[in-house]
Design a protein around this ligand. Structure first.
Ligand SMILES: Cc1cc2nc3c(=O)[nH]c(=O)nc-3n(C[C@H](O)[C@H](O)[C@H](O)COP(=O)(O)O)c2cc1C
Length: 264
């Protein structure tokens, strides 16, 4: 391998290993050519059968950007973020193309689930490429999951049937330098030759590891306005509690039906 290839390989790995979400941005506009480069880098992501079933909406207009951020319950300290993308799964353009070709296709009636699920993978890969491209350009980013199946966002951006908002990707110049956040030990997520359930002891060790690392950083106080003593186990239980989730599930299912992503 040439010296240059070796160098750019280690630069990419360093970007991957040092990336972390940024939630405070300085108000400094991002040049438009950077915005385009980020989206072009997104497009270079793999795409199932190269169907490219996604759309990226740049909320460029300040008013629209503000409305989108509000609709996704974005914390106020992030409202000055200069660039907001809405990442969408989109089988509508593919269906229009097939109709133009007068083709017999699975997207005109209920079904086509493989393509619809793949469109979520496609869009997610684009989003991750965009995140890394932003890092390469000296920018930071964070996703805002409140955009997922968000009717208000759909209304603001005129998203038609066949297009599903998945997440916001907010990008700008960082105004904080948080450390990288802990992850599960590799042995818990890398299964060799077949699935292996973790033991209770491993789960206990993992929770302790997360609590220690997050407490050291004061993560929940700094980033989530939680009281001291809030732990990772509180976080995962809060995010998956049955009651609020039941309400959210009903809403999500109805949006999935309306947008043509689910039928039952
Ligand atoms: C789909 C998705 C939705 C997310 N939504 C939010 C969000 O609404 N607010 C937020 O502060 N971070 C959000 N995040 C960022 C995660 O909290 C973050 O990636 C995770 O805690 C790991 O931290 P790191 O990115 O710094 O490694 C989201 C990430 C993903 C992938």
């Amino acid at each position: 391998m040439s010296q240059m290839a070796e160098k750019s390989k280690s630069k990419l790995l360093s970007i991957l290993f040092n990336r972390r979400s940024i939630r405070r941005f300085v108000y400094r506009p991002v040049p438009e050519e950077y915005v385009q480069k980020i989206v072009e880098a997104g497009q270079r992501a793999p795409s199932a059968c190269n169907l490219q079933t996604y759309s990226i909406i740049w909320a460029k207009d300040e008013k629209i950007k503000g409305k989108v951020l509000d609709a996704c319950w974005t914390p106020s300290q992030m409202k000055n973020v200069p660039v907001v993308f809405v990442i969408c799964a989109d089988f509508r353009r593919l269906r229009r193309t097939l109709e133009y070709l007068k083709a017999d296709h699975c997207l005109k009636q209920e079904g086509g689930y493989a393509i619809k699920l793949m469109s979520i993978i496609d869009a997610s890969l684009v989003a991750e490429n965009m995140t890394l491209a932003a890092e390469c350009l000296g920018l930071g980013s964070v996703y805002i999951g409140g955009a997922l199946t968000n009717r208000e966002v759909m209304k603001i951006l005129n998203l038609p049937e066949g297009v599903l908002p998945l997440t916001l990707l907010c990008v700008g110049y960082p105004d904080e330098q948080p450390p990288t956040r802990p992850r599960l030990p590799l042995s818990m997520i890398l299964h060799v030759n077949g699935y292996r359930d973790p033991s209770d002891e491993e789960i206990k060790m993992f929770l302790e590891h997360m609590d220690d690392a997050l407490a050291k950083e004061g993560y929940y106080q700094k980033y989530s306005n939680q009281k001291p003593g809030f732990r990772y186990s509180n976080n995962i239980q809060g995010k998956t509690a049955t009651k609020p989730m039941q309400k959210a599930d009903a809403e999500i299912l109805s949006v999935l039906k309306e947008t043509g992503f689910a039928f039952a």
